[in-house]
Design a protein around this ligand. Structure first.
Ligand SMILES: Cc1cc2nc3c(=O)[nH]c(=O)nc-3n(C[C@H](O)[C@H](O)[C@H](O)COP(=O)(O)OP(=O)(O)OC[C@H]3O[C@@H](n4cnc5c(N)ncnc54)[C@H](O)[C@@H]3O)c2cc1C
Length: 456
């Protein structure tokens, strides 16, 4: 099926997969190019993932970090935004297949830019996802908000002290930036925002545990900053458990193996998984048809020009690409996307692909917030922590949020939360809390019906 409403064009066809940092920046950088762009993504929004934890903990609304892609690109006439999940890329016929509600659409390309990002990895234990959602999408963040606030609600109604303790125990797996931010914010929510709001339970007695199989907090930021983040979290009452390998996750808790081989059980109703990433399966589809290799995380090893070996018109950028010295961070995707867009533009003007300069990444540093008024930052060799790091973090995140209104709304939400103790997004709905379980139940029912049909 072709795209209804699309005007046939003999212009150079650029297909971009994904509307995250890579996809959106590639499209925007091609704004003045004489090309016909189709941007295909499986969500209708561009997602600012670094602030997902604030949606999950009720500080900001999902709209503030997920503006509709077609509205962002409304004035870019050379670009059509298409909703659909890409299921296949055919490098030989230069086409991309995407599915929307059971319909498959085929889109031809001259240049393909793949920026489909990464999902959560459970290191081969996908069954953990049911009880420990990750933090990759708006759905994840809203579900976690439902689970976190729902646990306090259930604890208020519980007369069984053991069950109450389980409901008031929150385990965050993975002590990278997302885990640190989540643990810090759950602790502040319990201590600060919800203090005094219940009659039967004391929210400040909630137990927040941050655990990791690694021996340090925030390993990529170095020992000094990791220690500072750990000290600050401990001051907030977060329990840090390092060298702790999760071996099982179920409805009621988590099983952990310690370095001495002993096995521990933590009873906890709410678990958050922020421990690993796995690149989009589109990477494997590309690797199977080319000489490209993929690593254990499914990232495609691209050439110095970010193209797939043997396919100079197919580029992989962002979290899906494996490039030495380029981290899986927003800047890696943004800079890679802009570099590729510039290549496309210059080659349309006649530049020879054989003379491409390699992509070079400019490291602008990295940051993580720990709690209000406290962050850690590493810019080049300069490392700093505390209030000024936090101010720098606020400022940079505002700069990179898309849209003026969004920036104002976010600033207002931050003022309410950080200067007072209120959070403006504490609403939860039944759908947020139970959607994943319900969808899985529906899928099971559908599978049983299919099996019964096949058997009859
Ligand atoms: C919770 C969290 C916090 C983070 N914090 C920071 C931070 O503080 N600083 C920082 O620099 N980085 C941070 N990152 C990392 C950063 O967000 C990523 O590196 C960046 O988003 C990568 O950009 P991308 O374009 O490669 O992928 P993404 O931004 O993930 O975009 C992928 C896009 O592809 C689409 N897609 C995926 N599969 C398909 C398909 N089959 N068909 C169609 N569309 C598809 C998705 O819908 C999405 O639009 C964080 C990430 C997470 C999850």
């Amino acid at each position: 099926m072709t795209h209804p409403g699309a005007t046939p064009s003999d212009k150079h066809k650029v297909v971009i997969i994904g509307s995250g940092f890579g996809g959106l920046n590639a499209a925007q950088k091609l704004k003045r190019a004489d090309v016909d762009i189709k941007l295909i993504a499986k969500t209708t929004h561009h997602l600012f993932q670094p602030l997902l934890y604030q949606v999950a903990t009720g500080i900001i609304s999902e709209g503030e970090i997920a503006p509709p892609t077609r509205v962002i690109l409304r004035n870019q006439e050379n670009c059509q935004v298409l909703l659909g999940e890409v299921t296949n890329i055919d490098l030989a016929s230069k086409t991309v297949d995407s599915i929307l509600l059971g319909h498959t659409y085929r889109t031809p390309y001259d240049t393909l830019i793949v920026a489909a990002g990464a999902g959560q990895s459970y290191f081969g234990n996908d069954q953990f996802a049911e009880w420990a959602p990750g933090m990759k999408t708006i759905d994840d963040a809203l579900e976690l908000r439902g689970r976190i606030l729902g646990a306090f609600e259930q604890a208020e109604r519980s007369s069984d002290p053991v069950r109450r303790d389980k409901l008031l125990t929150f385990v965050v797996v993975g002590a990278g930036p997302t885990g640190v931010e989540m643990a810090g914010q759950i602790a502040e929510l319990a201590d600060h925002t919800l203090r005094g709001a219940f009659r039967h339970i004391d929210s400040t007695r909630a137990r927040v545990i941050l655990l990791d199989a690694a021996p340090a907090v925030l390993p990529p930021m170095g020992e000094k900053l990791g220690k500072k983040a750990q000290d600050r979290l401990e001051k907030l009452g977060v329990e840090i458990q390092l060298n702790a390998m999760v071996t099982d996750v179920d409805r009621n808790g988590i099983t952990v193996k310690r370095p001495d081989g002993s096995i521990d059980r933590i009873e906890a109703a709410t678990k958050v998984w922020s421990a690993g990433v796995s690149a989009s399966p589109l990477g494997k589809i590309i690797a199977d048809q080319s000489e490209a290799e993929i690593d254990r995380a499914g990232r495609v090893k691209v050439g110095p020009d970010l193209s797939v070996p043997g396919h100079p018109n197919v580029f992989v950028v962002g979290d899906m690409a494996l490039v030495d010295g380029v981290p899986g961070m927003a800047q890696g995707a943004i800079q890679g996307a802009k570099y590729v867009a510039n290549l496309v533009k210059s080659e349309l003007k006649g530049a020879d692909p054989a003379t491409r300069q390699p992509f070079s990444y400019f490291d602008k540093g990295s940051m993580a917030t720990v709690s209000r008024f406290s962050a850690v930052a590493k810019i080049g060799k300069v490392e700093f922590a505390g209030f000024f790091a936090w101010l720098a973090w606020l400022f940079l995140h505002l700069v990179y949020l898309v849209g003026f209104k969004t920036k104002i709304a976010t600033m207002l939400s931050w003022t309410t939360t950080f200067l007072g103790r209120g959070r403006s997004q504490l609403t939860i709905t039944e759908q947020q809390a139970y959607a994943r379980t319900r969808i899985e139940q529906l899928e099971e029912i559908a599978a049983t019906v299919d099996e019964e049909k096949a058997a009859s």
